[in-house]
Ligand binder design. Structure first.
Ligand code: HAM
Length: 424
């Protein structure tokens, strides 16, 4: 026997009915994005490695240790997309989309990060994200936060917290960085190894350290708020008042700094206690510098990405999903003659009805066929047995109301009209 192959570590297959939950969520997301005026963008699953090194930042965890980077057969450095924001900017530049004014884009699709797999953390995971380009003011920050919050709210998820923070801009961040270094320097020897490395490269990242040894020093660190320059402070204050007006509850969290280099001013995360240690379901913020870093014009931008695995985990934590409503028709032929007759009828139903039509082609007892209908969650069984056929009839059984009625074989119009009426 050849050895069985499994899915690669940290990846998952989604099979029915689980895959149905994914497509239902994706359908709702697409509706929501359209309601906010966002159009879909699709980009390649891999890009030049350079894009992520420049876009996400050389000293970030993603670029330092998590990229699926490889050299292709032509000797070019390529990387499986670890996040969408840099590719979206690359594509918008390539297609001159910024020349047309403000731009609102969304995406749904996989990302790849070589992380240590655990609950809620995978090597291939999936994000829904939006990117809003062309608005420097906090109205756009509110817009994207509202969109993310609406997704959470409309699914009745009560146990979710919106954390917001501002990490300033190129004017005030160097001052804050200095203040942080001054605060941490005397304690670095007592802190974790990661902390010492981060202190040198990006002291802001010390604030989201998960190391217990760092905790007391992180807690006593100064917060950015008192270091914000006037324009950054005003931006943040206006955003906060917009959030209050929009009745979106939030928590000011000075520890939210985000792990990607492109952010400035607003940063936010939505987290939930339902998720365990990987508690962030959504993360985003403003990134006014990225389009320029990647060789484009000055275009302010703000966006977020939401992890679909984690979002579905939150939905599941609310309790078991209700059984899906019964829908469609199970065609059941009892005997070879009935089968010959029913096959073209099924073909006709599939052409004309906007309902699933199922048929099992094996010879089975009625009871076995009805079990299959149950598994398919069919609403009706359309039964062709020898007695009915002799009378030129079929039996249509409502599997929910448990009632039978006979329908003439000809004209088929009668059956179709009945089913159209029932299905609508
Ligand atoms: P991020 O915080 O790296 O941001 O990822 C956003 C969300 O994707 C996380 O909160 C989490 O739910 C999900 N996620 C990320 N990595 C994994 C993983 N290994 N397993 C499961 N879920 C994961 C970004 O990616 C930015 N591009 C967001 C953004 C868009 N900022 C501005 N625009």
């Amino acid at each position: 026997m050849p050895e069985k192959l499994g899915a690669p570590r940290g990846t998952q297959d989604f099979v029915p009915p689980e895959s149905g939950r994914w497509s239902a969520l994706e359908a709702r997301i697409r509706e929501l994005a359209a309601r906010f005026g966002y159009g879909e963008i699709r980009t390649p699953a891999f890009e030049a490695t350079e894009l992520f090194v420049r876009g996400v930042g050389e000293t970030t965890d993603i670029v330092e240790k998590e990229m699926y980077a490889f050299t292709d057969r032509g000797g070019r450095g390529m990387t499986l997309r670890p996040e969408w924001t840099a590719p979206v900017v690359r594509a918008a530049l390539e297609h001159h989309l910024f020349a047309q004014g403000p731009l609102r884009l969304y995406y749904i699709g996989p990302i790849f990060r070589y992380e240590r797999p655990q609950k809620g953390r995978y090597r291939q995971s999936h994000q829904f994200g939006v990117e809003c380009f062309g608005f420097a003011g906090p109205e756009a920050d509110l817009e994207v936060i509202s969109l993310a919050w609406e997704l959470v709210r409309s699914h009745g998820i009560a146990d979710a917290t919106l954390n917001v923070n501002s990490i300033g801009d190129d004017v005030c961040r160097p001052r804050y960085r200095e203040a942080l270094l001054e605060h941490f320097r005397p304690h670095l020897a007592a802190m974790g190894e990661d902390a010492r490395r981060r202190a040198e490269r990006n002291p802001l990242r010390l604030l989201d350290s998960k190391d217990a040894a760092d905790k007391p020093f992180v807690e006593s660190a100064p917060s950015f708020e008192s270091f914000l320059c006037e324009p950054c402070r005003e931006h943040f204050e206006t955003l906060k008042s917009y959030l209050t007006l929009a009745q979106i509850p939030y928590v000011l969290n000075p520890r939210i700094v985000r792990g990607l280099d492109y952010y400035g001013r607003t940063v936010f995360e939505i987290s939930s206690g339902l998720l365990g240690s990987q508690s962030a379901v959504c993360g985003g913020g403003r990134y006014d510098g990225l389009v320029r870093w990647l060789g484009g014009p000055d275009v302010p931008a703000v966006g977020f990405a939401l992890g679909l695995e984690r979002f579905l985990m939150m939905l599941q934590a609310r309790g078991p999903a209700a059984e899906p409503a019964r829908r469609g028709i199970q065609a059941i032929a009892l005997g070879a003659q009935a089968r010959t007759l029913l096959v073209p009828i099924v073909a006709e139903l599939r052409r004309t009805l906007d309902l699933p039509t199922y048929m099992d082609y094996e010879e089975r007892k009625l009871l076995a066929h009805l079990k299959i209908a149950d598994r398919n969650r069919a609403r009706y069984a359309l039964v062709a047995g020898s007695q009915e056929l002799a009378r030129g009839e079929l039996v249509l059984r409502d599997l929910e109301l448990r009632s039978d009625r006979t329908v003439p074989l000809e004209p088929m119009r009668v059956l179709i009209e009945l089913l159209v009426e029932a299905g609508s």
